[in-house]
Ligand binder design. Sequence first.
Ligand SMILES: CCCO[C@@H]1O[C@H](CO)[C@@H](O[C@@H]2O[C@H](CO)[C@H](O)[C@H](OCc3cn(Cc4ccccc4)nn3)[C@H]2O)[C@H](O)[C@H]1NC(C)=O
Length: 134
Amino acid sequence: MEKGLVVTQLDIEPGECIKVKGKIESDAEGFAVNVGKDSNTLLLHFNPRFDCHGDVNTIVCNSKEDGVWGEEDRKADFPFEHGDKVEICISFDETEATVKLPEAEFKFPNRLGMAKIEYLAVEGDFKVKSIKFS
Ligand SMILES: CCCO[C@@H]1O[C@H](CO)[C@@H](O[C@@H]2O[C@H](CO)[C@H](O)[C@H](OCc3cn(Cc4ccccc4)nn3)[C@H]2O)[C@H](O)[C@H]1NC(C)=O
């Protein structure tokens, strides 16, 4: 199964921003943006679900430590529609990660106390147009 886009060897520090621009597939069931140290150690798994894993129009956030998922955090808002062109900006500090969208913002605790993001992966029904680091 195709993995999606994976970027390693990053050196993103607190306060810096990862901007992922792309398009949500017109028949998307869900997609995920993962940032952290590697695929087994995630500061943030940001997972908008249109209809998958039993969730409908729900953003599920989580962390992963040594390959083990943490406690899920379900967000109240779901500012996505099929076919949307979106820009997702992810930043972090020692206490939390922030996901900024044009009309919404989500916070998620930095459970692992991560001080650097080295890994980015975009998975699922999302076509990446560009990635910027600022
Ligand atoms: C009630 C007892 C079972 O609980 C369910 O347990 C599932 C398995 O752990 C939970 O689903 C997992 O939630 C994780 C976050 O906590 C991740 O989202 C797991 O998916 C990882 C993953 C990404 N991908 C690539 C991808 C991503 C997006 C769309 C398509 C493919 N493939 N697998 C996803 O399989 C699912 O969120 C959880 N549901 C609840 C309500 O807790």
